[in-house]
Design a protein around this ligand. Sequence first.
Ligand SMILES: Cc1cc2nc3c(=O)[nH]c(=O)nc-3n(C[C@H](O)[C@H](O)[C@H](O)COP(=O)(O)OP(=O)(O)OC[C@H]3O[C@@H](n4cnc5c(N)ncnc54)[C@H](O)[C@@H]3O)c2cc1C
Length: 409
Amino acid sequence: MPLSSVLIVGAGPAGLSLAQYLKTHGIPYRIVEKSNGDRLQGYSVSLHFAFEHLTKAMGEEKMKSIVEKTSVNYRDETAFATVDHLGNPVMKSNGSPTLIGYGIRANRSRLRKFLLDGIDVEMDVDATGVVFTDDGPVLKTNKGDMLADVIVGADGLHSAVRTSVIGDKVEETNIVNLSTSRNISAEEHAEFIKYSPTHAMMYGEKKDGQEGVVNLFYGVNDISPDKKTVNVRWVLSWDKTAIYKDIPDTQDGLRKLANEMTEEFADPFKSLVQDTDPSEKYWVGMISQYMPDPSWNGEGQITLVGDAMHAMTPYRGEGLNHAILDVTRLGEQLVKAHQGEQTTAEAIAIYEEEAIVRGRKAVQASLDMATSVHRGFTWPFVILARSISFMLNFTQNIPFLEFFFPKTH
Ligand SMILES: Cc1cc2nc3c(=O)[nH]c(=O)nc-3n(C[C@H](O)[C@H](O)[C@H](O)COP(=O)(O)OP(=O)(O)OC[C@H]3O[C@@H](n4cnc5c(N)ncnc54)[C@H](O)[C@@H]3O)c2cc1C
């Protein structure tokens, strides 16, 4: 029997891409979102291995404008550089990200707008959980009960859909993020472009007797239409079991800590932090993750995509990419169910079998990366990284890189 309603919970990148996929393939859907539309989305993300999958969801025509509509610098010119605390590049890729293939650095708000094209989202619908009934799965919300053939939880890290079925299994890692966004001038940005036009990471110095380092991430969020102002986010991060175990609980305390941490960092990174206007709010929090649970059982009626399925630390820049990969993998199976080639329960089982294994691998790899980059690099690693960086000047495709940066998809 054709599907008459797929109910998507959450209009983040995963939920919206799924809505696009279902729309493109003629499957009736409904999408609900708890926020009222003006949720702050203050950072940018790298879209790389999911590019081809997003094309399957959006269609080739819409994808023609993705760069100009979503890229932080309105171009597909991006790169990622790692830099030591003295400002010497350790590894630098030129052009599109070379470790994982072609990609763009997208502004999250504009990406959301792009994914919203042609999709009607029911806003202000706060889902509290799901129940299984004889008529099918029901979503409980502040606006009443919603019955569907299939419910897809795309409601992020703290998914209410997931939690109501298997409980809250979100884990806090040991990594702390201290961050804010601020404007810099085009001249100041030019100093960062020497490293990367879009985003870079400065690794702190490992001091004698210390087991960890502080890292500083810089990422462009957006560039003003007159190109004179660049909105940038910086993030200081560290492993609180190794260093800086006490975290201040006042804005003044956080500002002093940020300045202390960057005291020995080279410019322009040091000034990026230390010249932040005191009126900017500093955010501090622990990075959390959700490791997919193989005992998950949505009874062939309820499933999960994106961070609801597998939330990972951002240190490999892959969470969003896996979310979009989930969408096409689930979408392909639902299309077969819709066409009568298999049951909905079979479709969901096939999708989950792959997504749970892949998600576990990706969550673990991101945690390993988060842990290792906050432990500091050994000198053999730095030499190796510089050699790879040198080779990246001549080729965008080094097959053996996978040995150091294994694929998770
Ligand atoms: C600092 C940072 C940098 C990152 N960088 C990258 C990167 O470079 N590359 C990359 O691939 N990934 C990156 N990620 C990860 C990426 O942002 C996430 O994997 C991605 O946003 C997941 O999308 P999602 O739609 O599953 O979840 P979300 O983006 O969390 O969206 C969930 C949606 O569900 C809604 N919702 C929540 N609860 C309910 C409810 N009860 N009822 C109804 N609606 C609900 C929310 O309001 C939201 O709109 C980064 C993450 C962070 C934090």
